[in-house]
Design a protein. Sequence first.
Length: 118
Amino acid sequence: MPTRPPSRCSRCHKPYKTGGRCPACFPPFAASAWRTGTTLNRRRWARVRMIHLTANPLCAWPGCKGLAHEVDHRLNLADHPDISPYDYTNLQSLCTEHHRVKTGREGAARATGKGNHE
């Protein structure tokens, strides 16, 4: 019986056999609750993000005066599943560089089992 050909990744265009997405293109935060355990309303998130960036246009990182382009959750949703992704009190505006730093630290902490308990 014929088998289905492998899927192609929309990002790197390489074939892969696993379900979902190409394993090589998973971001470091792919296992977070934000990506897997929750159903995300994209329109609602876009509205919350726009309102937050309009009200808080500068990066919240201490000492940074750059414009924020990212809206980040202060407490990682994977470590705090009881917090809604749309909770304004858990949001902060960050520039792209500092968002990458924070996300990298969270990913490293999750990999070592320490989590993010700020």
